[in-house]
Write a protein that binds this ligand. Structure first.
Ligand SMILES: [Fe+2]
Length: 483
């Protein structure tokens, strides 16, 4: 195993100016506020226009005529099914996982796509205020399904937040992800907050985004194989199905909304332009290809350096220098890591317990217990094990020290063994204890008609709908027949 020689450029930028957020990332967060102001929404609209210009020349695989949409959808679905069947055959014949080399790789993927997954469905938000329009209602229903109709166990964003938290991955932006990973989520938020101006583009984006891609099937399969909960992804395999799910509904929505009085061709070209936006930013397979476990270990150590500097005794020395001295400058992490290897603190390509460094992090009386999150421990664990980590072993797996080669149980197998209840009865449960619920109830009580609808719609915004108040508002929106 070689120590990566350079820290990621994003990390260097982060060190230089940790407090500053790039314009797209700042806009992403501004659009996640409960009610972005007019200036923020205008900036989001400008951003969309820029993205539309940038993607205008790119090829579109949509048919020339909207009437051919269903044939296009069926052709795509058949193609994906055939490709997935080939993938399964490859795996049955003993082929290696196609996406995730080890468990750290899979968790890194969950982390890297989080800015997109945490705004899932946002592009349709702007239509909820117009749910009484019968032609828009199917798309509002799609949005409500993204929100799990207010059930915590079905709300896509909440499911993803829980998935991240379960594996010790930061849910809130700690500035450690590259700006490029915010691009797709920003487009989705910008569409959601500017639906009135970009209605054809919203419909087109939805059309492209809701088709079942091959990567979703493979991701689900390999997460499960690695013992990681694939539910967020399998849920999308089922809700996006071409027969009755979102994929078909998205085609029906385009056909149902084609202008009866305006210029259909202009509208259709704008739908196609909106569809191209679904490919903007860093794609799933690109994120997976870009994983570099050595660089990720360096990033993790560099992020810990400011807190670790001064926290060690001066007796702690590596290669003749105190650990405090090594940690004084995060840019020294590649050299520090190499010094750990050279001095025998880290034993590459071996069971982690053979490294003194790992024994500081884990085990009886580990002196650095709790310093690293579960995600960070998995990355360090898999980096230490090198090629051996391809067996998918979890960092805290019992008997890990024995390194016995055996087939790991899939997530579903473990779930069956544990008889886990997925908690799908949440809709009927009483309101949870939350500081915002009483105030929201108080505000809602005197409201009727349009004012009440507006208050509920506001609480169902992309940054709000996954909270107890947002879920409550979603259930009321449904129960009061507002869509
Ligand atoms: Fe979703």
């Amino acid at each position: 195993m070689s120590v990566a020689s350079a820290i990621l450029p994003e990390l260097a930028a982060q060190r230089a100016e940790p407090a500053r957020r790039s314009a797209p990332r700042a806009l992403y967060h501004a659009l996640l506020q409960p009610e972005p102001d007019a200036d923020t929404r205008t900036r989001a609209a400008h951003h969309l226009r820029r993205c539309l210009l940038q993607t205008a020349g790119q090829p579109s695989d949509l048919p020339e005529r909207p009437q051919d949409l269903h044939a296009w959808r069926e052709r795509n679905a058949q193609q994906v099914a055939a490709q997935y069947e080939a993938y399964l055959a490859e795996r049955r014949a003993g082929g290696a996982r196609r996406y995730f080399g080890n468990r750290a790789h899979a968790l890194h993927f969950l982390r890297a796509v989080a800015p997109t997954k945490l705004v899932d469905g946002a592009w349709l938000y702007g239509l909820t205020a117009h749910a009484e329009n019968v032609r828009l209602a199917p798309l509002v229903h799609t949005y409500l399904e993204e929100l799990g109709d207010g059930a915590p166990s079905k709300n896509h964003v909440l499911l993803y937040r829980r998935l991240l938290a379960r594996h010790g991955i930061a849910v809130d932006d700690d500035g450690s992800l590259p700006d490029a990973l915010y691009q797709q989520g920003l487009i989705q938020l910008a569409l959601g907050w500017n639906a009135e101006e970009f209605l054809p583009e919203v419909i087109g984006f939805n059309l492209a985004y809701e088709q079942l891609p091959l990567h979703l099937l493979i991701t689900s399969y390999e997460l499960n194989e690695l013992g990681l909960d694939p539910y967020y992804f399998t849920l999308h395999v089922t809700v996006d199905n071409g027969h009755s799910g979102h994929a078909r509904q998205a085609c029906d929505a385009v056909l149902g909304l084609l202008p009866r009085h305006g210029d259909t061709q202009v509208f259709w070209q704008r739908v196609r332009a909106g569809a191209r936006l679904a490919d903007a930013g860093v794609g799933t397979t690109q994120v997976i290809r870009d994983f570099d476990i050595g660089a990720e270990v360096l990033r993790i150590l560099a992020a810990k350096a400011p807190a670790g500097h001064g926290a060690h005794s001066n007796y702690c020395r590596v290669a003749g220098r105190s650990v405090n001295d090594w940690l004084a400058d995060a840019a020294q992490m590649p050299q520090f890591l190499q010094a750990l290897v050279d001095s025998g603190w880290v034993v590459p390509d071996a069971p982690p317990h053979q490294s003194r460094f790992w024994r500081l992090l884990q085990g009886e009386r580990a002196e650095m217990f709790g310093v690293f999150s579960a995600y960070e421990l998995q990355v360090i664990h898999d980096w230490l094990r090198g090629e051996g980590s391809s067996d998918g072993q979890a960092w805290d797996e019992r008997g890990a020290a024995n390194q016995s080669p055996r087939r790991r149980p899939s997530f579903r197998a473990m779930q069956r063994a544990a008889r886990v209840d997925d908690g799908n009865t949440a809709v009927a449960q009483p309101l949870p204890l939350d500081p915002d619920i009483p105030a929201f109830e108080e505000r809602l009580r005197p409201l009727q008609g349009a004012a009440r609808r507006a208050a509920l719609v506001a609480a169902m915004a992309p940054g709000e709908h996954w909270t107890p108040t947002g879920l409550h508002a979603t259930r009321l929106f449904r129960a009061e027949g507002l869509c």
